[in-house]
Design a protein around this ligand. Structure first.
Ligand code: ASP
Length: 342
């Protein structure tokens, strides 16, 4: 049985592990935010208590920053960018500072952002040498006639807009490098376990003004081949926002998310199929992407302030909040959303 078969069986088994839609409020909340820090097949036993507490602290810091900005009336786009910048600076996650290494021992960063009010978007792929790919993606959205830049051109664009540069040492973290070394030492065709590859970050927001936005940022997958592009910078696969429906950010095995256009699928199910946010996320993840053999999840918020955190693997670092409730989770715990009150 090859690895794909094994993972597909695992996925079928874990199909119902969690689809966590926090208890919804009767009244529309004044804001809503959902954050992820990557998904995969990991359980409580795979992450030490110290590491769990570090993840919890990092997610809480990012969530708190987002809540504060939203309470002050910041726009959804501003909040998505600010939250993702915090996660990009945090070496725990595979984005910005903690980005994984390619098979050529480099960093090729991907990011995208989408504004649900204008339905504008911006993305970069294969970016190297800049601290905050999400901010470069935002500049593409705000200041370019184009929506997507790659490699050298993305760098030229970032420089033109004075984005903060960073040299290779900024991105060189012990965790990412040891994953790279392990991958490089594996013989021939041996498949690298997915858990050693990932950890993307993303955020979806409804602001006080009724506008939606989403963004996603990643180093991609450990040991990815030169020039490989995953779903994270691809609008419609990794990121989507439209004020009529939802804002969505994805994480998981990017090739499958591209093949099934996951985040756009969530939107279309809501717009054309009149599905609820959580039904739409479950359909896109379980019935489409998961059925092809992929794994991962989405965090999403709707124009009504509903929040959905849906994943067909058994772990996803995630945090969510609206004006009344908030929660942080990593594993399949609390499928109805353990929402801690402020
Ligand atoms: N989706 C990302 C990629 O395929 C990886 C991840 O989400 O962890 O590049």
């Amino acid at each position: 049985m090859n690895y794909t078969t094994v993972s597909f069986l695992l996925l079928s088994f874990s199909f119902y592990l969690f689809s966590c839609s926090p208890k919804q409020q009767e009244q529309k909340p004044s804001f809503a935010i959902a954050i992820h820090g990557g998904a995969g097949h990991f359980g409580e036993e795979d992450i030490s208590a110290d590491m769990q507490s570090m993840y919890r602290t990092s997610l809480n810091n990012a969530l708190t920053a987002g809540e504060d900005l939203l309470s002050q009336g910041s726009s959804a786009v501003e909040v998505v960018e600010a939250v993702i910048r915090i996660l990009e600076d945090d070496s725990l996650f595979n984005a910005g500072r903690g980005a994984v290494f390619t098979s050529e021992a480099k960093h090729e960063l991907d990011a995208s952002i989408a504004d649900g009010s204008s339905r504008n978007c911006g993305a970069v792929t294969g970016l190297n040498g800049f601290k905050h790919p999400i901010s470069v993606a935002r500049s593409v959205m705000d200041s370019s006639e184009h929506v997507f830049f790659s490699g050298h051109g993305a760098g030229v664009f970032a420089e033109k807009f004075s984005h903060e540069p960073a040299d290779a040492s900024w991105f060189h973290t012990h965790k990412a490098y040891s994953r790279y070394k392990k991958a490089a030492e594996r013989s021939g065709d041996e498949v690298i376990p997915l858990e050693e590859k990932r950890g993307t970050v993303g955020c979806a927001v409804l602001d006080k003004h009724g506008n939606l936005a989403a963004g996603t940022s990643t180093g991609g997958m450990t040991y990815k081949k030169h020039g490989r592009i995953g779903d994270s910078p691809v609008i419609g696969a990794g990121t989507w926002a439209d004020n009529r429906t939802c804002a969505v950010s994805a994480t998981g095995w990017g090739e499958y998310f591209i093949r099934t256009g996951v985040t756009q699928d969530v939107h279309s199910r809501m717009l054309h199929g009149k599905e609820s946010l959580s039904d739409a996320c479950e359909g896109a993840i379980f019935d489409e992407m998961g059925k092809l053999g992929g794994d991962g999840g989405v965090v999403a918020v709707s124009s009504n302030g509903e929040i959905a955190l849906v994943c067909n693997s058994n772990g996803m670092f995630r945090a969510w909040s609206n004006s009344e409730n908030r929660g942080i989770a990593m594993f399949g715990e609390s499928p109805d959303g353990t929402i801690e009150s402020h």
